[in-house]
Design a protein around this ligand. Structure first.
Ligand code: SF4
Length: 416
């Protein structure tokens, strides 16, 4: 038997880096076994007692470590806000959230001149009828607001609505606007006291030019953060003709993520997609009791159906109609949702994820046609690339810190 087989059997993780001894982690990346410097994964039985030690390591790693926090985001488009079915379904869905979870209700707005009074009424209703002390929840409104009157800003503030400024791409955005943002509006909101991260949707048309605008926007928003998701992660992205893609500039996107992280290594919680990966590597991303990933996105579709996705909203899988959810006993809603996620998104069953050593940390991706000529196959491949890259970097970072604190506690234990 070789180490690779032991790793496969336990879904373990192999990490190696030039100049460091390799390490093995259990499938959840919670426990670590440090190997001798020259050890290779194809080491055969009898070469040394490494295999016995590794087997003992897996036997000692608990199958059910402490559960990482579950995080849910429910995404809605402004155009569907008036739907009663949606409001009722959302109310039941939010009330059904499990204790201790984190919930974001995210309203995406494409029109800068929107009527805020309807949004404020809706936010007040969601908060009053559905939010509970048992979990942490907030409402986010993401869009490009025009200049807001003082009373509107006051009302947004009082309802504890979080704001994000969408840039880089939105529905109807012209190529001339790919690196544009309204610094005046952003500064005005930041000076009022809002944290207003600028969310730069990256694509072929702007990915090489974003560094300067990111810095300018950080100056305008008084350093209240930014994010650089891929354009496909915007729920308004529908894959229609005329929408920019990121397929041609995948490498430039990876470089941009690496550059922004190098320049802003504090992994501010607004820094999507990097902040999520830092959390997965440090806290874990698999709920062993539910047997599903800890992070889920739900999208309220125009046909009043809640659909579930991991990364690309256009690939969301329909779960239940909003009126069906509204009619359910809240006690059943969450377990029904988890059952659906287990069935539709099991990383062991997804062709892309089944052989990936990060599947119990990352949590997997969206089911899509594995045919490489399908544009979504190459999109998911690019999203995977940065996930693996950052998960590995963050896990190494964590191991380094753990080793230092372990050495320090050993030194402290040595009698003076
Ligand atoms: S990194 Fe990619 S292949 Fe691996 S589990 Fe995550 S989504 Fe799946």
């Amino acid at each position: 038997m070789q180490l690779t087989e032991v790793l496969r059997e336990h879904a373990g993780i192999w990490l190696e880096r030039a100049g460091r001894p390799p390490v093995i982690l259990d499938r959840y990346a919670r426990h670590c076994f440090r190997l001798p410097q020259d050890c290779q994964p194809d080491v055969a039985e009898g070469a040394d007692d490494t295999l016995t030690q590794v087997a003992a390591f897996f036997a000692a790693s608990p199958e059910a470590p402490s559960q990482p926090r579950r995080r849910y985001a429910v995404h809605l488009l402004r155009e569907h806000l008036a739907s009663r079915e949606l409001a009722d379904g959302l109310g039941t869905l939010v009330r059904a959230m499990p204790p201790g979870c984190v919930l974001r209700v995210v309203l995406h707005v494409n029109d800068p001149e929107q009527d805020w009074s309807e949004v404020l009424r809706w936010a007040a209703e969601v908060r009053k009828n559905a939010f509970s002390q048992k979990f942490k929840a907030w409402i986010e409104v993401l869009g490009r607001p025009a200049a807001l009157d003082e009373p509107v800003k006051e009302a947004i503030f009082q309802r504890a609505i979080q704001l994000g400024y969408t840039a880089g791409w939105w529905q109807g955005c012209s190529p001339a606007q790919y690196t544009e943002f309204d610094g005046q509006v952003v500064r005005d909101l930041a000076e009022f006291g809002f944290r207003i991260p600028v969310i730069w949707c990256a694509h072929d048309g702007n990915v090489r030019d974003l560094m300067g605008p990111i810095e300018a926007a950080l100056d305008a928003n008084l350093h209240s953060g930014f994010a650089v998701p891929a354009v496909w992660q915007n729920p308004y992205y529908s894959d229609e003709k005329g929408e920019p893609d990121l397929a041609e500039q995948g490498e430039a996107y990876l470089r941009l993520l690496a550059d922004v992280y190098r320049r802003y290594p504090h992994t501010d919680d607004a820094l999507a997609p990097i902040a999520e990966l830092a959390e997965l590597a440090h806290c874990g991303g698999w709920h062993t009791a539910d047997q599903v990933a800890t992070h889920w996105n739900l999208l309220a579709r125009p046909d009043s159906v809640f659909a579930v996705y991991r990364q690309i909203p256009a690939l969301a899988r329909p779960w239940k109609a909003c009126d069906q959810v509204a009619a359910m006993d809240p006690a059943e809603v969450h377990s029904d949702l988890m059952q659906f996620c287990r069935r539709e998104f099991s990383p062991d069953a997804l062709p892309r994820c089944a052989g990936c050593q990060w599947r119990y940390v990352c949590g997997g991706t969206d089911p899509a046609d594995p045919d490489p000529t399908d544009p979504n196959a190459s999109r998911l491949e690019l999203l995977c690339e940065y996930r693996r890259l950052f998960l590995e970097a963050f896990v190494w970072q964590r191991l380094k810190v753990e080793q230092v604190s372990h050495q320090q506690s050993q030194q402290a234990a040595v009698p003076g």
